[in-house]
Design a binder for this molecule. Structure first.
Ligand SMILES: O=P(O)(O)OC[C@H]1O[C@H](OP(=O)(O)OP(=O)(O)O)[C@H](O)[C@@H]1O
Ligand SMILES: O=C(O)c1cc(=O)[nH]c(=O)[nH]1
Ligand SMILES: [Mg+2]
Length: 183
């Protein structure tokens, strides 16, 4: 599957000067919602990601909202597992959406649309682990972490991208006066 072509075709590959969740700045942004709004593409991505973990027996899949909600659903459907998500708790962490259950000992796969620092998916993982879930893997559509993340379990992505990303004080786009977009 040519993931970059899917982002491009759906208008989800943005170029400019972007503020990332982590505070880093980047000339490239992957707007996964624009891709995942297409059910057939979402399903294809979910099936491809599920395939990377087909040897795992998984009780549920979890992702951080909002970007990961659709992804959790399509991956879970392909694995025959439940689809959970965690949402921001207002205090910098994440909680499992109310009404959703984690049984102690449940094996789970965490998924994320884009991993940059991995902090967002880590918060969803912590929320599931706090209720007794056992993490077996982490999957992403795009890994732009440049190998800097370690979840302690297999981390597999459909696409690894080497994209420049800078702390604000070292950002050349800021120096050139290119206006910063918060997307
Ligand atoms: O690996 P990280 O450094 O945490 O960055 C990546 C995260 O940023 C985006 O979510 P964001 O919270 O911006 O928006 P969302 O609520 O639409 O998912 C994206 O969906 C990832 O969850
Ligand atoms: O790091 C991020 O916040 C981020 C990068 C990216 O390419 N896409 C996205 O949704 N978030
Ligand atoms: Mg997100």
């Amino acid at each position: 599957m040519d993931v970059l072509e899917l982002y491009r075709r759906t208008g989800a590959l943005l170029e400019g000067h972007f503020l990332l969740r982590s505070g880093l700045h980047s000339p490239l942004f992957l707007q996964s919602a624009a891709l995942l709004q297409h059910p057939l593409y979402a399903e294809a991505v979910g099936e491809a990601l599920a395939k990377l973990f087909e040897e795992e027996r998984v009780d549920f899949v979890i992702a951080p909202a909002i970007g990961g909600v659709v992804l959790s659903f399509v991956v879970a459907k392909a694995l025959g597992a439940r689809a959970l998500f965690a949402e921001k708790d207002g205090g910098g962490g994440m909680v499992i959406r109310k009404g959703l259950t984690v049984n102690p000992g449940d094996r789970f796969l965490a998924v994320e649309d884009v991993v940059t620092t991995g902090e967002s998916v880590r918060k969803a993982i912590r929320a599931a682990e706090a209720l007794g879930g056992v993490l077996v893997g982490v999957g992403a559509i795009v890994d732009r972490s440049k190998g800097r993340v370690d979840f302690g379990v297999p981390f597999r992505a459909l696409l690894a991208l080497e994209v420049p990303q800078y702390p604000e004080e070292a950002c050349p786009l800021c120096r050139e006066g290119v206006s910063l977009e918060e997307v």
